[in-house]
Design a protein around this ligand. Structure first.
Ligand SMILES: [Zn+2]
Length: 147
């Protein structure tokens, strides 16, 4: 059931307009946070501009084939769960530390490893205290666990 628990969002992209379908989707429980995050960034004089958000299974599998050491497999990527975004850091208009603080206020966090500074993810359903035991479970919840 592709598309289950996924909702569309409007967000600026590096592709000369808004982020296109199918990328412009988030997991249902992230929708409110995503909108509030954009508003909060705007209040601080910034703007959310993305290179990536949701990735369909096929797209992530292709990425893994092309960049085996850099990219995660579909069931190991929060992008496939609609819970990760890649920010165009140079276009946000805010210092990185300010961006990180605002993101954290909406439960979007960079990787603990410090790698891929542009990548932020919201791994838990904050409202329920953490619905998902694994990335794969989060991917299955949005029905994106097969090509
Ligand atoms: Zn990413």
């Amino acid at each position: 059931m592709a598309g289950r628990h996924l909702v569309g969002v409007s967000v600026a992209s590096i592709y000369g307009g808004e982020l296109p379908l199918p990328l412009c989707q988030v997991a249902q429980d992230c929708l409110t946070s995503f909108g509030q995050l954009q508003a909060d960034l705007a209040r601080h004089g910034g703007r959310l501009v993305l290179t990536d958000l949701f990735r369909p299974y096929r797209l992530q599998a292709e990425l893994k084939r092309r960049k085996p050491r850099l990219a995660a497999a579909p069931l190991a990527s929060y992008h496939c769960a609609g819970r990760a975004m890649d920010v165009a850091l140079g276009l946000v208009g805010l210092d990185y530390q300010v961006l990180v603080a605002i993101m954290a206020g909406h439960h979007w966090f960079p990787l603990a490893s410090g790698r891929e500074r542009w990548h932020f993810q919201r791994t838990r359903d904050v409202g329920s205290g953490g619905r998902f035991a694994s990335v794969a479970e989060a991917v299955r919840w949005v029905g994106n666990d097969a090509p």
